[in-house]
Design a protein around this ligand. Structure first.
Ligand code: G3P
Ligand code: MG
Length: 244
């Protein structure tokens, strides 16, 4: 089976991360899936934005959790990337799920709850995925082990994955304990041994964030389940070449 290509925050090299234009571009570039980050607004609306703070990717300031969605949607989340994307808004998870109804791309929804806990984010996101009947095509990932334990207890019928950027001897044991389906590892942790050990324990491996051609080839050749990249177009061409 060949490696699935997930566009990291959408096609985030050429369009502003976590916006509808970035998702649309990822689709046009042949991505199999979208990776996106979720935070909650003051009125508990799941919105797609990487940072807890608005400063880096919008013209606003302060924390996402301190604003209602009606306030956040007035912000410009595109100009920081380039003028062509002026007035692009912060999308909601509903916006992505609605757009994806026809496209049926795979989704990797990352809960950004390792710094701010956002009580109930798991259930809120889960219910949205169910509402759009995307449970078979979605994986929820997070760096927060506490959150994964919560999802285990809630017995979600959606795949979950443990995100990690740190080497650890007991990674597989931890993943088993959390009952996740996959490991989403940073590229520097990638080894054939880890991928095989994970597979022997019924865990798939996805690798982030891989943008250099040599590294993209390495991930695909390592038989990883998925690659998460800012440049799905490049990954697509490399995968095609390797398949021939
Ligand atoms: O889900 C993979 C990757 O997105 C995790 O790190 O900081 O880019 O959300 P980050
Ligand atoms: Mg992410």
């Amino acid at each position: 089976m060949s490696t699935y290509i997930y566009a990291h925050r959408g096609a985030s090299k050429k369009a502003p991360e976590n916006t509808m234009p970035a998702f649309e571009l990822a689709y046009q570039q042949g991505a199999d899936g979208i990776e996106t980050d979720v935070q909650l607004t003051k009125d508990n609306i799941p919105v797609l934005i990487h940072d807890e703070n608005l400063r880096r990717t919008t013209n606003g300031m302060g924390f996402v959790q301190d604003y209602s969605y009606d306030e956040l949607k007035k912000l410009d989340a595109g100009s920081w990337h380039s003028v062509n994307f002026r007035q692009t808004v912060i999308p909601t998870l509903d916006d992505l799920l609605t757009w994806n109804k026809e496209k049926q791309l795979k989704l990797n929804i990352e809960l950004k709850n390792n710094l701010i806990e956002y009580p109930n984010i798991e259930k809120i996101v889960y219910e949205k995925i169910k509402k759009y009947q995307m449970e078979e095509n979605t994986v929820i990932s997070t760096f927060s082990r506490k959150s994964l334990l919560k999802m285990k207890k809630l017995k979600f019928d959606i795949a979950t994955a443990l995100l990690t950027s740190k080497r650890s001897r007991d990674l597989i044991e931890t993943a088993k304990h959390l009952s996740v389906d996959g490991l989403h590892i940073r590229f520097r942790l990638l080894s054939r041994r880890l991928v095989d050990k994970a597979a022997n324990n019924n865990l798939y491996t996805a690798v982030y964030t891989v943008n250099q051609p040599f590294s993209i080839s390495k991930v695909i050749k390592s038989n990883c389940h998925a690659i998460i990249t800012d440049v799905p177009d490049i990954a697509w061409s490399i995968r095609k070449k390797l398949e021939n």
